[in-house]
Design a protein around this ligand. Structure first.
Ligand code: SF4
Ligand code: SF4
Length: 438
């Protein structure tokens, strides 16, 4: 694609990067066929190619964002299916990240939109606040129908719909600690306990610590780590996202200095995609660029890590049929496709995959709150495809997908690592023994 940025514009390294990305696009439109919003809405402006044109026009003109571009960029799930499909290697993720930051700087959103976004950014990344908000959601639930009837209040209704009926108590695994390896030590890893996941389902990190320590790894939950920043990053709140990234880089560098790290283990694939991008996000900060690149290189999804080590024979034959739902951030963001399925098979489960596995379930961070109608259509499509597999269990690697699908799937939904922990000597996942989701 030809671009016409001026030399003065190209002096901005973010614009220069956008220019490189735009020039790689050859307008072929292959990406439209696998874009969930284009497949759902059928509008070229809600396709990757359409959005790329809108972004190009906005950036070349040096214009503030307007309502049209905000509408179509807000509808993008950042699922990155377009990046998997694109034959020209267009880095849509970095382009849309830049566009979102530009929108945040130059566009004044309607009041309710600003309030909702401010609320999400002030609550979700902080476990104590999020836990308190979920408990309060019980009081607001009777008003969800009322909120749903008013366009500007639909995100509030979506928040109430998504809030679980029961909020689990805080887990000790979420606090800074070192969990010793059982038997001979094979290595030392840090675990990102995360923010929303540790509140919604602390059992995921508990299963991870049990499994990794049983396999001979010391697991450290470092002092000072917190939200990876992806939530605010996807809202274009760059300053906040970079502050989160720097805080986590500092926490993990301290651990590297203290005892070395073989990996930084991430159990939510949305967070993994962002942490693997820290090196890029902080590339213009001389004090952090090198450290952030080192951290990104150490980041591993828990299944990616487990697939790369020797595992003993499983203790319990799984036997059941598992429908593996590959989160977008797992398959498109991190290109982790084979490993979770191979591990589940190794654990003794029969693995099946739903049709249209490349399409997002509509969760996408806070998308199911901010764009509830499109998110619901995508969720229903995903649930139909999962049900058609006839599986006993759905397994996935991202808490957002689990929350999005749980009430509708008609079968228990678990994190992949919970099944792996079970197969290698841990307890049966709560969702299967009647104590949780599904
Ligand atoms: S990230 Fe997903 S929703 Fe956004 S343009 Fe690409 S395929 Fe479409
Ligand atoms: S598939 Fe790639 S090159 Fe083709 S239109 Fe989409 S982004 Fe551009």
């Amino acid at each position: 694609m030809q671009t016409s940025f001026t030399l003065a514009q190209l002096a901005d390294p973010n614009v220069a990067e956008a220019d490189r990305i735009l020039r790689a696009c050859v307008h072929c439109g292959f990406c439209t066929a696998t874009c969930p919003t284009y497949v759902t809405l059928g509008n070229e402006l809600d396709s990757p190619r359409g959005r790329i044109y809108l972004i190009k026009d906005m950036l070349e003109g040096g214009r503030p964002a307007d309502e049209e571009i905000v509408t179509h960029i807000d509808r993008c799930l950042s699922c990155l299916s377009c990046m998997t499909t694109c034959p020209s290697g267009v880095h849509y993720m970095h382009l849309v990240d830049h566009a979102r930051a530009h929108i945040e700087e130059t566009y004044r959103r309607p009041l309710m939109d600003r309030l909702t976004r401010g609320l999400l950014a002030a609550v979700l990344p902080y476990p104590a606040r999020f836990r308190a908000a979920l408990r309060l959601a019980g009081l607001g639930r009777p008003f969800a129908g009322l909120f749903r009837a008013v366009l500007a209040l639909k995100p509030l209704a979506a928040m109430l719909d998504l809030a679980p009926a029961r909020v689990p108590p805080a887990s000790p695994v979420s606090s800074p600690a070192t969990h010793a390896a059982s038997g001979a030590r094979r290595g030392r890893v840090a675990l990102l306990t995360g923010c929303a996941q540790s509140v919604l389902d602390p059992g995921i990190n508990e299963a991870t610590v049990r499994l990794l320590t049983r396999l001979g790894f010391e697991v450290v939950v470092p002092e000072g780590e917190g939200c990876c920043g992806s939530l605010v990053h996807h809202m274009g709140r760059e300053g906040e996202a970079l502050a989160d990234a720097r805080r986590n880089v500092d926490a993990w560098m301290r651990e590297i200095a203290r005892g070395g790290l073989d990996a930084i283990i991430v159990t939510a694939s949305g967070c993994g995609t962002t942490i693997k991008d820290y090196g890029h996000m902080l590339r213009l900060d001389p004090a952090y660029a090198g450290k952030a690149a080192q951290v990104s290189a150490l980041a591993r999804d828990v299944t990616e890590f487990l697939a790369a080590i020797d595992l003993p024979a499983p203790d319990v034959a799984g036997g059941r049929t598992v429908a593996y739902h590959s989160a977008c951030s797992m398959q498109h963001g991190q290109k982790i496709v084979r490993q979770p399925k191979d591990l589940l098979r190794k654990a003794g489960f029969r693995v099946v995959e739903p049709r249209e596995g490349h399409l997002c379930c509509g969760s996408a961070g806070t998308y199911n709150i901010m764009q509830p109608e499109i998110a619901e259509r995508l969720r229903d499509r995903k649930v139909r495809n999962l049900a058609a597999t006839g599986a006993d269990i759905v397994a996935t690697g991202n808490i957002g997908c689990m929350t999005q699908i749980a009430d509708r799937a008609g079968m228990p939904i678990v994190h992949t690592v919970e099944l792996l922990d079970w197969a290698w000597g841990g307890p049966e996942p709560a969702a299967l023994s009647g104590g949780g989701r599904g």
